[in-house]
Design a protein. Structure first.
Length: 437
């Protein structure tokens, strides 16, 4: 056994010890000892990323097109691509295909103006006629009421006459009875009896005439009432017809005036056959060839970028990350053309990035599962580059900063594919007015 042991010792003595292996072992042990606490205690800021571009804050400050207001062809451009213009500067001149279009429109306007005047004259005449009908109605009704009053007075007179005749008839009848009794006793003669009979018959005839007169007066009153109703009905029909004619005339005036407005707009557009810059900015592209294609009203002839100092970043985020983003969340931005080193978990040591905060989160996607957010400059962070260098359309990478967790938790979450954590206040409190509660 001893020779074998001696042989092994001699072999080990020839191999020797490796200092590098020992150093590696100690290094790995040190990394393990330091790494475990680091994973437990080192902070890490969770984030979600998106890609977008720099745009103006409002649609009026973003890239837009300049359109022509009339049909025709561009005869001349007063600018070239890249020209900086001010509001009201000439961009292009547009001519209609018909050189006499303006004269024809003016003639059409004159004809419509004559129609408007004629319609107004008809309305005025109809208003006068309606006033005359109203005046005639009042006079006719007043006359009819007067005739009704006369008929009522005649009825009263006939009633009084009937009462008087009946009283005379009653008296004569009593007298006839007394004379008849006195005739048998010799108090009255036959002649007196005959006279009383005649008087009684005459008074009875007077009663009949009085009744006939009363009935005639009543019939006359009914006829006067019927005349009154007929006059009222006839004039109501006449007034309704006149009002309908007046309304039709006013409608003609309104229609002619509306047509006049349309022609005025066309004349104004044809008289102003120049296209001007809507505001200060830069002409980006010229979209039509002078003297070439026929343009319709509303077709674009140039692409225009307004001059603005109010820039925001338009980022498109994945639909899985949108529930984690709220207005006011901090954002780190890397603009294309600016060298940057971004440590997503440690934004404080990032170099070349700029601060922002979420301004708006769209409530619907862009049709491809991406949601747009707008990021405005953070007033508490370093200012963005000036608009001389940071232009609209510059591509931008953005990271919306979420909660701070430990580095070990973040690695564990990444390995398992779990989503970032959500602030408990957001889960329970929600948002109000687009800001965190």
């Amino acid at each position: 056994m001893k020779p074998d042991i001696d042989f092994q010792l001699s072999v080990l003595s020839k191999v020797g010890n490796s200092g590098g292996a020992r150093l590696l072992a100690w290094s790995l042990m040190g990394i393990f000892i330091i790494g475990v606490p680091a994973l437990i205690f080192a902070p890490w800021v969770q984030n979600v990323s998106g890609i977008g571009t720099v745009v103006g804050t409002t649609p009026f400050e973003r890239q837009q097109t300049i359109d022509t207001a009339v049909e025709g062809r561009v005869t001349k451009y007063y600018v070239i691509e890249g020209t900086k213009v001010k509001a009201g500067d000439l961009i292009a001149e547009v001519a209609d295909n018909d050189p006499l279009i303006l004269e024809r429109l003016k003639e059409e306007r004159n004809l419509i103006a004559m129609r408007v005047d004629q319609a107004k004259s008809r309305v005025t005449a109809q208003e006068v006629a309606l006033h005359q009908i109203e005046l005639s109605r009042r006079n006719a009704l007043e006359s009819a009421r007067s005739r009704i009053k006369v008929a009522e007075d005649n009825i009263k007179a006939a009633q009084n006459s009937l009462i008087s005749a009946e009283a005379v008839f009653t008296a004569n009848k009593l007298n006839l009875d007394r004379v008849k009794i006195g005739l048998s006793s010799g108090l009255f003669s036959q002649r007196q009896y005959e006279q009383q009979v005649q008087a009684n018959a005459s008074s009875e005839a007077d009663v009949d005439r009085a009744k006939a007169s009363l009935q005639a007066a009543i019939n006359e009153k009914l006829a006067r009432d019927a005349d009154y109703q007929k006059i009222e009905t006839d004039f109501q029909n006449s007034i309704a017809t006149a009002n309908a004619t007046l309304a039709a005339g006013k409608s003609d005036v309104a229609n002619s005036a509306a047509e006049m407005q349309r022609v005025e707009v066309r004349v104004s557009r044809q008289q102003t056959q120049t296209v001007r810059a809507p505001r200060n900015g830069t002409v980006l592209r010229l979209l039509s060839q002078p003297g070439g294609e026929l343009l319709k009203a509303g077709d674009s002839i140039a692409s225009f970028v307004p001059e603005t100092a109010n820039l925001v970043v338009e980022l498109y985020m994945d639909g899985n990350d949108v529930p984690l983003i709220h207005a006011g969340d901090p954002v780190r931005l890397q603009f294309e053309g600016w060298p940057a080193i971004q440590f997503t978990g440690w934004p404080s040591v990032a170099v070349g990035t700029f601060g922002g905060k979420v301004m708006l989160v769209d409530s619907t996607d862009n049709g491809k599962g991406k949601f747009r957010i707008l990021v405005e400059p953070d007033p508490n962070s370093e200012p963005w580059p000036s608009t001389r260098y940071l232009r609209q359309g510059v591509r931008t990478n953005g990271w919306v900063l979420l909660n701070q967790v430990s580095l070990g938790y973040e690695l564990w979450r990444q390995f398992n594919g779990f989503p970032p954590t959500v602030n408990p206040q957001m889960e329970t409190g929600g948002t109000e007015g687009g800001k965190k509660k």
